[in-house]
Design a protein around this ligand. Sequence first.
Ligand code: AMP
Ligand code: FE
Ligand code: FE
Ligand code: ZN
Length: 278
Amino acid sequence: MAVDLHLHSTCSDGSDTPAEIVAGAVAVGLSGIALTDHDTLQGIHEAAALAKSSGLRFVGGTELSVTWNDQTMHMLVYFLDPGGGPLQDRLDELRDSRHQRNLEIAEKLRAQGFDMTIEEVEAEAGGGVVGRPHFAGVMIQKGYVENVPEAFERYLGAGRPAYTPRRRLSAKQAISLSRASDAVPVIAHPHTLNLSAEEFSSGFRELVDCGLGGIEAYYGEYNPAMRARIAEICNELGIVATGGSDYHGKYKPHLSIGTGTGDLAVPDVALEQLEQRR
Ligand code: AMP
Ligand code: FE
Ligand code: FE
Ligand code: ZN
């Protein structure tokens, strides 16, 4: 049986509600899922309840943007309880900084000559955490770009005219806050990091020593050789090879729940191994 441990809903930059995510996972026959919206635990209670009544194993989590060696790393945090706690208490701050950044992005897009407001972007987000894909959504609606990748390549991505950084935890802070919250931190899609082959295999050791629980090996957009290589590195480091599709609904239309670009099947043992890491 397969699981999908990386899914985004309308609580952040996915376009399916938590209920639709659970239904989608049941429809493709998964045995378990994790909801990992950016900087929020808003959908966890609802998704957990629906998953339970569908006989689906469920893990609550979030995805954070952190800094590591001057790079942006995404970190998935699993088993994060939606009540209070050391990491939970920092999420408000991260969302505030995201909001300030979003105001700046809106200004920069207007300076580029686009007729769009933060209110329109917030409406696109429908009450969830607002992210750059929502800016892309409004730009598509208004005919300024054809699709989400074009919006990032031309305006929203790092180094492009509307790019604006925001406050981030360091990777080590995120790991220790996760552990203090009885949660398990995992590096998401490690190939977004620009690392030499040498750094790629040994560089994560310092994070393992801080409490890193796993690395996302079975990722929707990776080919079988990349998945096998990352799983091997996890094995060498003594941490869990996790995986998921990074499904975002209409914002990443090439990805599907459970199967990613088509050939993904995250072994369900990943979920059990993660549980043992708590
Ligand atoms: P934010 O969290 O608001 O900074 O936006 C980051 C999110 O934008 C990521 O989690 C992805 O969902 C999405 N994203 C980042 N880069 C790209 C890209 N080049 N093409 C499409 N989506 C992207
Ligand atoms: Fe996202
Ligand atoms: Fe990510
Ligand atoms: Zn993600």
